[in-house]
Write a protein of this length. Structure first.
Length: 368
């Protein structure tokens, strides 16, 4: 066996072992790496903290880890090259695209060509969308600001189960949603509106004094037009579920009930907290109420049209058309929901996401 072949074989085996080791480590700390440094979030609870500062500290830590791993891998290459007398004959340097831990850039435009193909490269937007994902997990009780790791992950888990796992059930930092339904609409119609809930999360974690600066930082990272809250709402309406499906390899644990393209009504539910009466509650507690709001707003707009000036009439006409379209969409959606709700469908987590999701495909967003 030649020195060159033996060296290559051992190096390949060692690099494979090293890669597997790091993958295991990454899986063990997945929440902190993919959901914006869980530990740092907890340290900020009830403190006035700028998210921008947290992000810069996170970026510095991650990028230092990237360079340290590269340095370690190159040193190992030197050691093996020396052992097998291959110095000067095999490459020692590790290319950017082959370093298998995260590296953060502020924007996609800043990513050098040498990093293209490295699936661990992230941007500020990736970090912020991970924060939103973690926040939604806290809203559903999957995660908690009071304890580490998963909290609610058993089939049919309830808020009572969540409280039973808290150090002090009478003083919970951030309570999960009670009915496992987070409505997503184009305005703040519900008390548990997902954007309102997310703003409460940011306030709880980073403090009241820095709230508006942090919300603005989040919106800037997401990108889009309008106020900070409008940008965040647009993200939940259009992009959150798509990003969630991508992160979970098309096996979403947060399911999106979706009336259609007019955004008449959407809501997220947590698969693990599903109960057979969930669809009935979505229909009666949310969709019916949303339909009444649309009818009322259509009436107000039509009354205003009677005395409106020409420019205002154009705006009101568009408003009435949009509301009518949304109302029609929710009526059709409610009929499908009613049909499924009457069946009191049960799910089994052991069947997996694909099987269970298909049972409700007529009222759920398509997985892309």
């Amino acid at each position: 066996m030649s020195n060159s072949w033996s060296y290559s074989l051992h190096l390949a085996r060692f690099n494979k072992w090293l890669h597997l080791l790091f993958l295991r480590l990454l899986r063990r700390i997945k929440m902190s790496l993919l959901e914006l440094n869980y530990g740092s979030i907890r340290l900020g609870v009830n403190m006035s903290t700028l998210l921008a500062d947290k992000y810069e500290a996170r970026k510095a830590e991650v990028n230092a880890r990237f360079e340290q791993l590269r340095t370690n891998e190159e040193e190992l290459n030197r050691i093996f090259a020396k052992i097998y007398n291959m110095e000067g004959e095999v490459p020692i340097e590790v290319e950017d695209k082959y370093v298998s831990v995260a590296r953060i850039f502020d924007t996609a435009d800043e990513i050098p060509e040498s990093y293209k193909g490295n699936k661990y490269v992230r941007t500020k937007r990736d970090e912020i969308t991970s924060l939103l994902s973690y926040a939604v997990g806290c809203m559903f009780g999957r995660y908690s600001l009071d304890v580490d790791g998963l909290v609610l992950a058993d089939q049919g888990a309830t808020v009572d189960d969540y409280l039973a796992k808290m150090p002090d059930p009478t003083h919970v930092t951030f309570m999960p949603d009670g009915d496992n339904v987070l409505p997503i609409t184009d305005d703040e119609y519900f008390d548990d509106d997902i954007v309102r809930y997310f703003i409460d999360f940011v306030r709880t974690v980073y403090g009241e004094e820095t709230l508006e600066q942090n919300v603005a930082f989040i919106a800037e990272a997401l990108g889009g037009k309008g106020t900070s809250r409008e940008v965040i709402r647009a993200y939940f309406l259009k992009d959150f579920f798509k990003d969630h499906c991508q992160a979970y390899k098309k096996r979403p644990i947060y399911w999106l009930f979706d009336s259609g393209k007019k955004n008449g009504f959407k809501c997220l539910v947590y698969m693990h907290r599903y109960q057979p009466d969930l669809l009935a509650r979505i229909r009666t507690d949310y969709v019916h109420g949303q339909q009444e709001r649309y009818r009322a707003q259509i009436g107000y707009a039509n009354d205003a049209l009677a005395t409106a000036e020409r420019g205002e009439r154009v705006r009101l006409d568009k408003r009435v058309k949009k509301l009518n379209d949304q109302l029609k969409e929710t009526i059709a959606f409610e009929e499908k929901l009613h049909h499924l709700a009457d069946q009191m469908i049960k799910i089994d987590l052991d069947d997996g996401v694909k099987v269970n999701y298909a049972k409700f495909q007529d009222v759920l967003a398509k997985i892309k």
